[in-house]
Structures are given as structure tokens and as C-alpha cells.
Design a protein around this ligand. Sequence first.
Ligand code: 13P
Length: 260
Amino acid sequence: MESMATKFRQPLIVGNWKMHRTPSEARVLLNNLKEKLLEVIGTAVVVCPPYTVLSVAADILEKTSIQVGAQNMCWEREGAFTGEISPHMLRDLYVTHVILGHSERRVHFHETLEQIRRKVLAALAGGLIPVLCVGETAEERESNQQNVAIDGQLLSALEGIDGETIGDVVIAYEPVWAIGTGKTATPTIAQEMHDHIRRFIRRRFGEEAAQTIHILYGGSMKAANAGELLSQPDIDGGLIGGASLDAAEFAAIVACAVRP
Ligand code: 13P
């Protein structure tokens, strides 16, 4: 059942560029996005380019409502951590959001549950909004273990967070089998998991947190399927990979999120 409060969650569309676009290539995409999204009202939009594009993005998107996010960060403020970037450094570049625990980082870079937990806490302490990614593998879904898998990831990543700060966390449900595969979760499957995640938040943090937290869907979302996914009562927005690299396609997804 859709509660009244559901209607007050402003949709949020986040573009995850992954490892695509040099700063000069990014200028073209960012200027196109700026032009196409100038008129957007009622939907929050965040673009997360590679680190090397963050300052270009902040410059081009200054004075627009489009916010800039990063795709990862370290949990420390500064120190001997070669190759890492801190929350403090991101904030200085006008970054507002940071994607954490993406399955590509868990799989290719062996990011652990403990590291993700530390990153979520550090993002919040550093004034950034963590976009915490959770998702089950194809094997886990085939063996009907998807809820167990998601609960485990949430329990670990949200440890140490209280009812006050949970409101600053965004959760992105990204089934691993749907990422970059063209295989989107059906609206029914996605809605079921979003409902499950909201129930988890309700049990742990209470009704208000459950009603205000944003739960995004990610995994082969594009303009052609965004409308149906985003109209589900517990899907509050999208985390878009491939389709965020095309300004017209991304703007069309944003248009699907706009509620009358
Ligand atoms: P795709 O939209 O390319 O499937 O990627 C989803 C994703 O991983 C966003 O973080």
C-alpha cells in the first residue's frame, strides 16, 4: 500500500559514468546535459563522473540544479594512502554525493563489508551523501537467497548509523545480474526488493526513516523502461550507468521521474 508520505519523496536520478570520458570529452556531455536539464523542476539530478572530471563538472554545472557526485572515496581524511581521495577533498570540489559499495568495486577491487561500512560513516561525517549500493548475484537469486544477501549487505554497511543520520543515506538496489547486461529487473521484481529494503529500514530505524529514505533502482535502466520502474511505489529514482553517457537518453530518464 502506498502511504501518503511516499508522494513527498522527491525523485532522484543519479548518473554513474564509471570509467568513461576524459575532461575534454566530458565538457561536451556536461554542456549538453546542462542545456537539456535546465528546466527540470521536482527531480534531483546528480552526475558522477570520474575523479579527473569532477572540477570540470563543478565549473560547468555551477548555477544549475544538477549536483556532482563521486564514484568512490577513502574513509580517511588525509595521510599515507597512495592513490586514494578523501571526503574532505571531494567536498572542496563541490561534490555532494558519493557512490559507495558498487558491485564493480566489491568484485574487481575486493572491497570488503568493513571497508564499505567505514566509507559510509566517513562520507556522513564529511558532509557527503552516500549512495550505498546493494545487490544480489544471479546465483543468489536463483537459489532464492536475494533477501538474505541484501540484508547482510545493509546490516553491515549501516552499522553505527542512528535514526538521525539514516535520513542522509541513499540506498541503490542494483541486482548484479542486471548491471550492464541489458537485463533489467522487471518492475515487479524491483518493487518487491525495494519494499523489502524499506521494511528493513522501518524495523531498524522506524517509520519516519522508512518514509523519507530514497531507494533507487540501478541496472540497465534506460528511457524505454524508466517510466514503468519509476512509477512503482517504492522506487524513488534511478542509478544509471550506460544510459547516463548520452545526454538525450539521460534527460529522457529524468523526464520519466518528474511527477505531476
Ligand atoms: P547500467 O545502467 O549500465 O546497467 O549500470 C548500472 C550501474 O551499475 C549504475 O551504478
